[in-house]
Design a protein around this ligand. Structure first.
Ligand SMILES: CC(C)(COP(=O)(O)OP(=O)(O)OC[C@H]1O[C@@H](n2cnc3c(N)ncnc32)[C@H](O)[C@@H]1OP(=O)(O)O)[C@@H](O)C(=O)NCCC(=O)NCCS
Length: 333
């Protein structure tokens, strides 16, 4: 089935999956680790607990479980997947790509694949690569995973960052609309502004600050963040991305907004700026925190399970974070 206007193949969502680890790290647990309080965290972020990977778990093992659920949902065999993309900034190792490991463990033997390192916007970026490959006829069935083990790069002596993030994985399989029969991909966007490493980054481990005793002493292998700058950026970009959809389709067409689960206060500030009601938003930030590239696909599957994806209505997924980079994904369910 091609779009008669563009002659491109129409794309839909075949399957969705997610996985979060068992272990819960509550605000009370964090009170015992750093100078913070449940009240401060809830008031500033809306987060009450987050999930933390077991010592034996890595990003690929969580991504694998999410991918298996998505394949089951799609009623597809691993052999049918011809492209595997993994959005992550906490891959199993700096290289090879975590996508390769997941493909191997999943039994995907007939595909190419690579990682997309765009932090919190990684999943919406990777999903747009997936849809472009299908639209052009290059790929047929693309598995997109967003998976993070952020607990391994968090400094649990730094209260500015350690209270905000958690671990987990989500996955989506894109295919032709004809086969998927739901979740038509209508479009998306991408933007970036480089030179912003002071806003949010992990400085160590790359060519700028390779691992050394000095880099370890300076704690460069942990995430660093300038919270206020991120806050302002996130509210502005979230509002701009959703406003673009409202202007094109009208607000009544929007069934649900599933933003990057950044922080409840940012979500509320952006929705107030847009003059849109909070009940349009799907949020699970209170129990998972911010899981970076995993946040949108984890929430997408939960929204699906809870009947929040309404037939014929728009699903808007704005995401933003380190880069700075931002983008959105738009589906009609
Ligand atoms: C981090 C954030 C919650 C801080 O909220 P805020 O309203 O800016 O905080 P305030 O400016 O009122 O307070 C900052 C103070 O709180 C302190 N603080 C930071 N984290 C704290 C914590 N977990 N518990 C208690 N106090 C904390 C700071 O040390 C600072 O203290 P100081 O003024 O003595 O130096 C907010 O900036 C934010 O949400 N930023 C976005 C972060 C994010 O989502 N990043 C991921 C993007 S993908």
């Amino acid at each position: 089935m091609t779009n008669p206007m563009t002659n491109l193949i129409r794309v839909g969502v075949a399957g969705l999956g997610n996985y979060v680890p068992e272990k819960r790290l509550t605000n009370a647990d964090l009170e015992a680790m750093v100078e913070t309080s449940d009240e401060w965290i809830v008031q500033r972020t809306g987060i009450r607990e987050r999930r933390i990977a077991a010592p034996s778990q890595v990003t690929s093992s969580m991504g694998l479980l999410a991918a298996q659920m998505a394949l089951e949902d799609a009623k597809m065999a691993p052999i049918e997947i011809d492209l595997v993309l993994c959005a992550t900034v906490t891959g199993d190792q700096p290289f090879p790509a975590t996508a390769c490991r997941i493909a191997k463990d999943l039994g995907v033997t007939n595909a190419g694949g690579f990682d997309v390192a765009s932090a919190c916007s990684g999943f919406v970026m990777a999903a747009q690569v997936a849809t472009s490959f299908i639209r052009s006829g290059h790929s047929r069935n693309v598995l997109v995973i967003g998976a993070e083990t952020l607990s391994r790069i968090l400094d649990y002596t730094d209260r500015n960052t350690c209270v905000l993030f958690g671990d987990g994985a989500g996955a989506a399989i894109f295919t032709s609309l004809e086969r998927a029969n739901r979740g038509e991909f209508l479009g998306g966007s991408m933007g970036m502004e480089g030179g912003t490493e002071d806003v949010i980054s992990m400085p160590g481990g790359g060519s700028r600050h390779p691992a050394s005793l000095g880099s370890i002493d300076q704690r460069l292998h942990f995430m660093k963040m300038g919270g206020t700058k991120v806050y302002r950026f996130a509210v502005r970009v979230f509002a701009d991305l959703v406003q673009g959809v409202v202007e094109k389709y009208g607000r009544d067409d929007i069934g649900v907004i599933i933003p990057h689960q950044v922080n409840q206060r940012i979500i509320e500030a952006a929705m107030a700026q847009l003059d849109l009601p909070m009940d349009l938003v799907f949020s699970n930030i209170d129990h998972y925190g911010n899981t970076s590239a995993a946040s949108v696909p984890i929430a997408l599957r939960e929204a699906y399970d809870q009947g929040r994806l309404k037939k014929g209505k728009l699903v808007v997924m704005p995401a933003f974070g380190a880069g700075l980079a931002w983008g959105h994904l738009l589906l009609r369910w």
